[in-house]
Ligand binder design. Sequence first.
Ligand code: CP3
Length: 343
Amino acid sequence: VSDLFLRACRRQAVERPPVWIMRQAGRYLPAYRALRERVDFLTLCKTPELAAEVTALPVATLGVDAAILFADILLPLEAMGARLIFAPGDGPTFPEPVRGAADRWRLRRPDVESSLGYVFAAVGEARRTLAGRVPLIGFAGAPWTLAAYLVEGGVSRQFAHLLAWSYSDPGGLRDLLDAIAEVTLDYLLGQVAAGAQALQIFDTWGGLLDAPRFRDLALPSLQRVLEGAAGEAPLIYFGQGNAHLLPVLRELPVAVLGVDWRQPLNEVRRAVGSGLVLQGNLDPAALLAPPPEIARHTAALLAAGAGGGHIANLGHGILPSTPVEHARAFVRAVQDAAPRPGA
Ligand code: CP3
């Protein structure tokens, strides 16, 4: 039984940094790929016994210090009434994207217990499967990032629809973000009630905005989610490509700031001060290198993270082509590092 991860979130004394891996419950695992031969992605998410099984896989396979729930950030948008398809090969799509205020009638505020109860059941089932071995992280997308997928209709390069809307009708877009925020908060509180012990907010596309526009457009709905959940569990905010937002992010009511691989941890620490635990941020591509190289890069990561709270992780999701043995080398390199007195 280990609460190392939760202690690190709370800035309590730890004997070493805890380690887990973003997207650790996914396609780089042969057991996951074998399961996906039989079951499509959404069915996996909606079958609590299977979601719990996948949640626990990386704990058994890699020995990580935390589990993250197997689900997806887009599920609450489906619950709001947006048709969601995960077609093999081309990622998630919303065939009827919400492109402006006129499309808003298609969305509703769902009762999360009835529409997303399968996620809460998976949380409970995963807690039973994990049996206290490691804590369970729940998660959601930040409203801005969820809107990016809903407005574009799926994965995008330029986000032209989203950004056009943000300039032509910012008030209308803010209304959409507020509606998403309400559901997201219900969804996160439901996960905590079901047993989630920490919550990570993924803001994959927050970095698209400059700081004034981030404050104006993305921040109000994000704050609403964070403030609503703050007392319930330690919160982790993760974004990417957002070094220019650090002066804004340092004010967020979160315990942990997830850092992408582009920013040196010691520089981020200088920019945000000592109030936040930093999570990250090895380049996911570094896990494609031979294990001795991985050990070397991990030692450098631990050195950069020293001198303040640090949770070791990658700087974005693990790449599907990563050999399991390489992921294990990363986890071991953190866990076998010499203890740092007072770390
Ligand atoms: O292991 C885990 O982290 C737990 C579960 C998890 C998934 N998605 C499962 C998944 C988590 C935390 C996510 C977060 C997520 N989902 C994000 C934010 C993180 C990030 O990468 O920035 C985003 C943007 C999504 C939306 C999404 N889901 C996309 C764009 C895709 C397709 C491309 C991709 O990266 O896989 C998915 C599919 C998805 N979500 C898979 C998994 C395991 C692969 C599905 C499959 O089996 O084919």
